[in-house]
Design a protein around this ligand. Structure first.
Ligand code: AMP
Length: 284
C-alpha cells in the first residue's frame, strides 16, 4: 500500500505513530538510511526496497559521530529540498529527516566491538567511523523497525558491519546488499563526487579504470603486480593520493594469491584533492 504522496517526518514520535498503523495493517517496511545529497545510487536502493516492501522509508541524516575528520563533516554536501523532490519522484513513501538533537538527545557514547573488521581498511584509516555508523544505524533501526534494510555494496565493509550489528542486536531485520551504481565513465556514484572540481572529476574517472587493469593484472600476474601498478598509476597524478589498495577474500582478510575457487575483491580508498573516494571490484 504505497502512500499517495511522500510523507515527511522530522520527529521520532510522529514517524513511529505512523509506522505503527502501517504495521498493524499488515504492511511490510523497507528502510534505506542515507546521508542525503542523493544521486541515482541512492535511488536504486529505493527502487529495490519498493519491489521488496509495501512501504519504503528513507532517512536523511548527516551523522556527526561517524566523521573522524571534522572538516569532512563540515563540507559534506547538504541538498534537502532537492533530495525530497528526488525521493518523491522515485515513489518513496516516507522521508525521515531528524535533527541531531532528535537522534542524540544526550551525549552518551556507545562502543561496539566488531573485532578484526574494525582494524582493517576503512576501520584502520577512519578510526571511530564504524562505531559512529553502528550507533546511528542501531538508533534508526530501533525507530523504524523495518523488515528489511537496504545498503549499497560500494560501502562493502559497512554492509559487513551492519550485518554484525544486527546479529549483536539479536534483530530479525534482513540486510539487503545492493549493487554499485556508476556514472557513464565508470566512477562509482557518490555524494562526495559533487565536491570535486572539473579537473578533479576527470582524474576521479581514472579510479575504476585503474581498478579494472589491476583486476586483470591480479588474475594474470598476481596480487603484488596489481598493487605495484595501482601505486605507480596513482603516483603519476599530483592531485591523487592513495590511502589503500588491497585484495581480500569476501571476509576482508588480505590475500596474496588469487585462488580461482575463492572469491576475491579489490578495494581502494584514494584522495582526489581533498575528497576521499572509495570503490571496490569483485575479481572472480
Ligand atoms: P550515504 O548517503 O553515502 O551514506 O549512502 C547511503 C546508502 O547508499 C549506503 O548504503 C551506500 O552504500 C549507498 N550508496 C552510495 N553510493 C552508492 C552507489 N553508487 N550505488 C549503490 N548504492 C550506493
Amino acid at each position: 500500500m504505497p502512500c499517495k504522496s511522500m510523507l515527511i517526518f522530522t520527529k521520532i514520535a510522529e514517524l513511529k505513530g505512523f509506522l505503527k498503523q502501517i504495521k498493524s495493517a499488515g504492511h511490510t517496511v523497507g528502510f534505506v538510511p542515507t546521508m542525503g545529497a542523493l544521486h541515482n545510487g541512492h535511488i536504486s536502493l529505493i527502487s529495490i526496497s519498493k519491489k521488496a516492501s509495501n512501504i519504503t522509508v528513507c532517512s536523511i541524516f548527516v551523522n556527526p559521530t561517524q566523521f573522524n575528520d571534522k572538516a569532512d563533516l563540515k563540507r559534506y554536501p547538504r541538498t534537502p529540498e532537492k533530495d525530497a523532490a528526488f525521493l518523491e519522484k522515485a515513489g518513496c513513501d516516507v522521508l525521515f529527516m531528524p535533527s541531531v538533537e532528535e537522534i542524540y538527545p544526550t551525549e552518551k557514547k556507545e562502543t561496539y566491538d566488531f573485532g578484526y573488521l574494525n582494524t582493517v581498511l576503512e576501520g584502520k584509516y577512519r578510526p571511530g567511523h564504524f562505531n559512529g555508523v553502528a550507533q546511528v544505524v542501531k538508533r534508526l533501526f530501533e525507530i523504524v523497525e523495518p523488515d528489511k534494510a537496504f545498503f549499497g555494496s560500494k560501502d562493502y565493509q559497512q554492509v559487513m558491519i551492519i550485518k554484525a550489528l544486527v546479529k549483536q542486536m539479536h534483530s530479525t531485520i534482513e540486510i539487503v546488499n545492493c549493487p554499485i551504481l556508476r556514472e557513464e565513465d565508470g566512477l562509482a556514484m557518490s555524494s562526495r563526487n559533487m565536491l570535486l572540481s572539473e579537473e578533479e572529476r576527470h582524474i576521479a574517472a581514472l579510479i575504476p579504470k585503474i581498478m579494472e587493469v589491476a583486476k586483470q593484472l591480479a588474475l594474470i600476474k598476481g596480487v603484488d603486480e596489481a598493487k605495484h601498478f595501482v601505486n605507480k598509476e596513482v603516483e603519476r597524478f599530483e592531485d591523487m593520493k592513495l590511502e589503500y589498495f588491497e585484495i581480500c577474500d569476501v571476509d576482508l582478510h588480505e590475500i596474496s594469491k588469487i585462488d580461482p575457487s575463492v572469491k576475491a575483491i579489490a578495494l581502494i580508498a584514494v584522495f582526489v584533492g581533498k575528497i576521499r573516494l572509495i570503490d571496490n571490484l569483485a575479481l572472480n
